[in-house]
Design a protein around this ligand. Structure first.
Ligand code: FPP
Length: 224
């Protein structure tokens, strides 16, 4: 049985779900947040140590302003209402990506990270304004500046996921098979599951089904 330390998720399909069920993309994001809550709980039950969620990519700025504002207001509310409880559950929140939002949101994110810094039950890495190519370019620049030898171990020190093991498992919901500039370096040997369901329809049972399949895969890492 494969150990499972780190699950990464591309939570795709909110917009389509919202349009189909409520005639509003934003309603899909709201429903998507409920799935986030379910998956956090289920990750703890499964003793998963790291959960990385792709919440907003560097490319998502191309979306209509009203959708962007709605997503950030959801995040703002989530942090205000839930951080105390997450902290009590020994959950650590870490942001990966470039924190260049409004001063108010940046402050909130930094304070949530600080508050939960020492928690060890589950670490949620929330990818916000995250793009893997940007992350890699900056890491290469920093590595060059450091004058250290250019190798994998040293490059890793400059990634936003330093100190976090690479994901064992990537799940993408929403019936789309692509990586969308997410953790391109870190996913080199991850097992990838593309799920037909839209993110708001994804549930604990689906998650456990994938985890069970993952546990039984023969992982070779290039060996035989
Ligand atoms: C992709 O679906 C989803 C997003 C860009 C946002 C993800 C956000 C949430 C799940 C809720 C907020 C989370 C937190 C932690 C506050 P899409 O909109 O691209 O779906 P589509 O492919 O159907 O258009």
């Amino acid at each position: 049985m494969n150990p499972l330390k780190h699950v990464a998720i591309i939570m795709d399909g909110n917009g389509r779900w919202g349009l189909k069920n409520k005639n509003s993309r934003n309603a899909g994001h709201k429903a998507g947040l409920k799935t986030v809550e379910k998956i956090i709980k289920e990750s703890i039950k499964n003793k998963i140590r790291y959960l990385t969620l792709y919440a907003f990519s560097t490319e998502n700025w191309k979306r209509p302003k009203n959708e962007i504002n709605f997503l950030f207001s959801l995040l703002d509310n989530f942090l205000r209402n839930r951080i105390k409880e997450l902290h009590q559950q020994k959950i650590r929140l870490k942001i990966i990506g470039n924190k260049n939002f409004t001063q108010k949101l940046n402050k909130l994110l930094i304070s949530a990270e600080k508050k939960t810094l020492k928690n060890k039950k589950l670490q949620i890495n929330l990818a916000l304004n995250y793009g893997s190519k940007f992350e890699l370019l900056n890491a290469f620049k920093d590595l060059k500046k450091s004058n250290s030898i250019i190798n994998e171990k040293n490059l890793q020190k400059y990634l936003s996921t330093k100190d976090i093991p690479d994901p064992d498992l990537l799940i993408r919901t929403g019936n789309t098979k692509r990586l969308s500039n997410f953790l391109l370096w870190q996913l080199a040997y991850s097992e990838i599951f593309f799920e037909k369901k839209l993110w708001p329809d994804f549930n604990e049972k689906d998650y456990n089904r994938i985890i069970k399949k993952f546990r039984n895969i023969k992982r070779n890492f290039g060996n035989i």
